[in-house]
Ligand binder design. Structure first.
Ligand code: C2E
Ligand code: CA
Ligand code: CA
Ligand code: CA
Length: 279
């Protein structure tokens, strides 16, 4: 193996070689992680700005690595998407999320709904994806309206009519769909009419500079108005201070999510937080 390793240095630059090695290692590590179920979910509450209640959370993946500790999604999700490993990871996440929702249901937690982040390739075979979802809902005694899919504009752009038809069908039976990172894509807005969407999630980059940047204020107001005009609920992510929160409330935003309220937490920590703050 050492010999082969040396030989490759003749053909590739050292940098390219170490990059390739990194990818090979990461792929092995990810396969190991899938096999040993090393992925966990943290949950971040979504505050309903009308009722001041929390009924739903967003599930955010972390990799509980046996030696490296908690690894954030940015370090492995893009690679998992490239290699297609995201499909298996996605199935595990779905199972964890549904099991957790069942537990919350059994202890009468205020959390009734989970939003899941979905990568584009997970919807390449929509029938398979939705039948997997159906299985989990049945297994854990859940309804479709307890699940929200967070998808990006980018994901929608590449999809054919079949995916759109399936999403329509799923929505008719209760599933909801949010458009994530809204405002960061490059496409026209016409997809908002075409695609079946329930929720528009304003990207955190607009929220971050809200106070210093009056253009962002105008944009956020316009996005809220537009979302409502299209019958969508509007949520802001990345809300970190009270000033941002007040602006969103004053401008009729429906929900808010961010560190001001809570960071993403493991289920048990979220339960404690809810008990301390909302009961
Ligand atoms: P996203 O879906 O846009 O998630 C929002 C990110 O912002 C999360 O980072 C969250 O922890 C972080 N965040 C929440 N509130 C605040 C805040 O007030 N301030 C700041 N600065 N950040 C905040 P995270 O958990 O590292 O996730 C990063 C991205 O990884 C997600 O972006 C999503 O695209 C992806 N991801 C996470 N979980 C999954 C998953 O289960 N499946 C897939 N396919 N992608 C996932
Ligand atoms: Ca999201
Ligand atoms: Ca987002
Ligand atoms: Ca994002």
């Amino acid at each position: 193996a050492k010999e082969a390793g040396r030989n490759t240095y003749r053909f590739y630059t050292e940098e390219m070689n170490s990059h390739a090695l990194h990818r090979i290692r990461l792929e092995e590590e990810l396969r190991y992680a899938i096999e040993h179920k090393e992925f966990i979910l943290f949950y971040q509450p979504k505050l309903d700005l009308t009722s001041n209640d929390i009924h739903s959370v967003e599930a955010l993946i972390r990799w509980q690595h046996r030696t490296k500790g908690l690894i954030p999604p940015i370090e492995f999700i893009p690679f998992a998407e490239e290699t297609g490993l995201i499909n298996e990871i996605g199935e595990q996440i779905l199972d964890i999320a549904c099991k957790q929702l069942q537990q919350w249901q059994q202890k009468s937690s205020p959390v009734e709904k989970i939003a899941l982040n979905i990568s584009s390739c997970q919807l390449d075979k929509p029938e398979q994806f939705f039948s997997g979802l159906e299985d989990r809902l049945n297994r854990y005694g859940l309804r479709r309206d307890q699940i929200k899919l967070e998808i990006t504009e980018h994901l929608l752009m590449g999809k054919d009519d079949n995916v759109i038809a399936q999403l329509h069908h799923q929505r008719q039976s209760g599933l909801s769909v949010a458009i994530d990172d809204f405002g960061t894509g490059y496409s026209s807005l016409s997809y908002l009419q075409v695609f079946p969407l329930d929720e528009l999630k304003i990207d955190q980059s607009f929220i971050r500079n809200l106070s210093e940047n009056s253009k962002n204020k105008t944009l956020v107001q316009a996005i809220i108005t537009m979302g409502h005009a299209l019958n969508m609920s509007v949520i802001a992510e990345g809300v970190e201070n009270q000033e941002q929160m007040d602006f969103l409330i004053d401008n009729g935003c429906d929900q808010a999510q961010g560190y001001l309220l809570s960071k993403p937490l493991p289920a048990e920590a979220l339960d404690n937080w809810l008990a301390d703050n909302f009961c």
